[in-house]
Write a protein that binds this ligand. Structure first.
Ligand code: NPG
Length: 398
């Protein structure tokens, strides 16, 4: 592909590394319970150096239709060969204006157009684009924050709290996170685990505490009266109560309750973001680059949010340090006005795949520092990559 783009690095090989990373505690949502995070890591080798990208697809297709085996397969069979020039790719890529804010990453910007011949599979595409972006920025000696247009050196962090076995355990967990300094709490909810636990956490945090809930599509239109009762609990937002494709019911809820409705699963890029905002289905957007096919589309959605005055925040998918580093850089943009699911590595992992992300102290209590080294600014620990790998990596070469 790089043959068509002057001065861009040339992709020589793509490696797919499967790893299984133990979680410090099980993470339960309305769609399942994880004790180990199965991750697909992508390394792109170019003639100007390597880059890493993290695929956020889960082990099973519960959060979205994508899952790790599917992502690995589509990269091996379709996306990887296209990037390596084994499938024909034309020059369309560079004629678009894919990277806002004047950044110069021609190879990364060419990835999404070159892969557009495959329908969907945004998480797989996003991992490849992130790896190319990392390699290209490392070669230029520029950080992701700089390339994205970050305006802050530190970002405010929230934490996502799974469904707990008991109310008491939930309150203990939340208390621990508040003591660590997290600036907002997000509670996972589902039918049967909503008003009571959320009310208890509101009481624990007091009226000023930033609290929001995430249903991961677990409710239906019949639940609108129940969800409207959350208004009493003064939440920042309610995230994705209904199915991914059901904008109409989200718009109904938004009209019938005071708590702002925020979409996550439904927002697949700029066009769905604009559609959802215009239809009144969302007034806040959770930006997750993997779900949108990569950081460059996430930047475009960020710019749309700024233009339309819609608050955004950066979501998380239990990323290792590789994905976390890029998310933190993204969250430093001006449109990210609410704390993100950008928690410290220790929230999920005893050991991270890279140097750990640690919450700041003093005036940076509850914040993470935006990495400023080239590319993601973090380094993958080879020994852990090997130790956590259930199988040998797969290499695709030219
Ligand atoms: O802090 O990285 C994090 C996780 C935040 O709750 C979180 N993510 O629905 O937003 C979500 C949820 C999620 C996790 C979704 C893993 C899919 C996979």
């Amino acid at each position: 592909m790089s043959d068509t783009i002057p001065d861009a690095p040339r992709i020589e090989a793509i490696e797919l590394h499967r790893i299984e990373v133990p979680l410090v505690r099980p993470f339960e949502t309305s769609f399942g319970r994880e004790t180990v995070r199965e991750v697909l890591m992508v390394r792109v080798r170019t003639d100007a150096g390597d880059g890493w990208g993290e695929c956020v697809a889960g082990r099973d297709p519960f959060y979205s239709s994508e899952y790790v085996d599917g992502a690995a397969s589509v990269i091996e069979r379709h996306l990887g060969p296209a990037l390596l020039g084994r499938l024909r790719v034309d020059g369309r890529a560079v004629s678009r204006d894919p990277m806002p804010r004047g950044a110069s990453v021609p190879l990364a910007a060419a990835v999404a157009p070159a892969l557009a011949f495959v329908a969907g599979h945004r998480m797989a595409k996003g991992a490849l684009e992130a790896a190319v972006l990392d390699a290209e920025l490392r070669a230029q000696g520029r950080s992701m924050g700089e390339a994205f247009g970050a305006e802050r050196d530190w970002v405010d962090c929230g934490v996502s709290v799974g469904i707990a076995p008991t109310l008491e355990e939930l309150l203990d967990e939340v208390t621990g996170y508040l003591e660590e300094g997290y600036r907002r709490i997000k509670l996972k909810i589902r039918p049967g685990w909503d008003l009571v636990p959320v009310g208890a956490v509101r009481e624990l945090m007091g009226p000023a505490g930033m609290l929001q809930v995430d249903a991961n599509t677990a409710y239906t239109a019949d639940d609108i009266p129940l969800l409207a009762r959350l208004d009493d609990l003064d939440l920042l937002l309610i995230e994705q109560p209904f199915a991914e494709e059901d904008l109409a019911t989200h718009a109904r809820l938004a009209a019938e309750c005071d708590t702002p409705v925020c979409l996550d699963e439904s927002i697949l890029g700029v066009s769905t973001a604009i559609d959802a905002i215009e239809r009144g289905a969302t007034s806040i957007i959770n930006i997750k680059p993997g779900r949108m096919g990569g950081y460059l589309e996430a930047l475009r959605v960020h710019d749309v949010c700024c233009e339309l005055d819609v608050p955004a925040w950066c979501g998380g998918m239990l990323e290792t340090g590789v994905g976390r580093a890029a998310n933190v850089a993204l969250a430093a943009l001006p449109g990210f006005v609410l704390p993100g699911d950008t928690s410290a590595s220790s929230r999920y992992y005893a050991e991270d795949l890279t140097e750990p992300f640690v919450l700041g102290t003093g005036e940076h209590h509850g914040q993470l520092r935006v990495p400023d080294g080239p590319g993601t600014g973090v380094t993958v620990r080879d020994e852990l990559l090997r130790a956590w790998a259930p199988a040998q990596p797969v290499t695709l070469a030219r």
